[in-house]
Ligand binder design. Structure first.
Ligand SMILES: NC(=O)c1ccc[n+]([C@@H]2O[C@H](COP(=O)([O-])OP(=O)(O)OC[C@H]3O[C@@H](n4cnc5c(N)ncnc54)[C@H](OP(=O)(O)O)[C@@H]3O)[C@@H](O)[C@H]2O)c1
Length: 227
């Protein structure tokens, strides 16, 4: 029976993926700060905070038996509060440092086994200079670059790394009043299932959103050049 570890499994895309994998016959371990979003004999939930010093150890214990796939579905984002930007570091710690710690714990064992697949959910915001939530876009830029660099480094060792770049997904995370080309969490989970089967380095969904963001990016660039 294939096994997966999903970090950020309590809600949203991570939860939808856990449900789908269990329904497809996988044994899944989910990690999050909140309790499990569903129950199943094939699902084990571990309470963990990726920003806590004990995260390394909790993840190592949860992965005592090396999983076939690990999905980093954890993420947060905030509008910047210029008078009190104290949450900005939390965004980098959760979205970027948490991935690096996850890689640190799992990658050496995957490389030694010449097997395994690490998937990180980044965002199409990774190419955007965003004045509303700069830490979210910057952390996702770092995450995408890091995952794709590791993916290239790991390819010849039998280990796959995939960077998944969604547009808007219908979860608590999508706070914008306008959400073009919104997809459901279940559709996002199906994209992840497809990535597990095909093991690409990068998957961008939906592509129409990438075209809109390309234009948005030029708006920011022009403002920066004109300054
Ligand atoms: N929704 C979108 O429009 C969208 C678009 C592009 C990319 N994404 C990315 O997709 C990923 C999943 O987001 P989502 O849309 O499914 O949002 P979500 O429903 O808010 O899920 C976020 C998950 O991360 C977990 N999490 C947050 N902080 C954590 C921490 N410190 N330690 C452990 N777990 C933590 C949450 O669980 P607890 O709070 O229980 O810990 C939750 O399970 C994120 O990386 C997000 O950036 C989302």
């Amino acid at each position: 029976m294939p096994t997966a570890v999903v970090i950020g499994a309590s809600t949203g895309i991570g939860l939808a993926l856990c449900r789908r994998l269990v329904a497809a016959g996988w044994t899944v371990t989910g990690l999050a700060r909140s309790p499990a979003g569903f129950e199943s004999a094939a699902y084990r939930h571990v309470i963990a905070d990726v920003r806590a010093p004990e995260y390394r150890q909790i993840l190592a214990t949860a992965c005592e038996s090396l999983p076939d796939v690990c999905v980093y579905a954890t993420g947060i984002g905030h509008e910047i509060d210029l008078a009190n930007p104290s949450h900005e570091a939390d965004v980098f710690a959760t979205n970027l440092l948490g991935v690096a710690i996850t890689v640190e714990v799992l990658l050496p064992r995957m490389i030694a086994a010449k097997a395994g697949h690490l998937i990180g959910i980044s965002s199409q915001a990774d190419r955007v200079i965003d004045r509303h939530a700069p830490s979210y876009a910057a952390s996702k830029a770092g995450m995408s670059s890091y995952l794709e660099g590791i993916a290239l480094a790991c390819r010849q060792h039998g280990v796959a790394v995939t960077n998944v770049r969604f547009g808007f997904v219908d979860t608590a995370m999508a706070k914008s009043p306008v959400k073009p080309f919104l997809i459901s969490a279940d559709r996002a989970a199906r994209v992840l299932e497809n990535c597990i089967a095909r093991r690409p380095i990068r998957r961008t969904v939906p592509l129409r959103m990438a075209a809109v963001l390309w234009l948005f990016r030029w708006g920011s660039r022009l403002r920066i050049w004109a300054s």
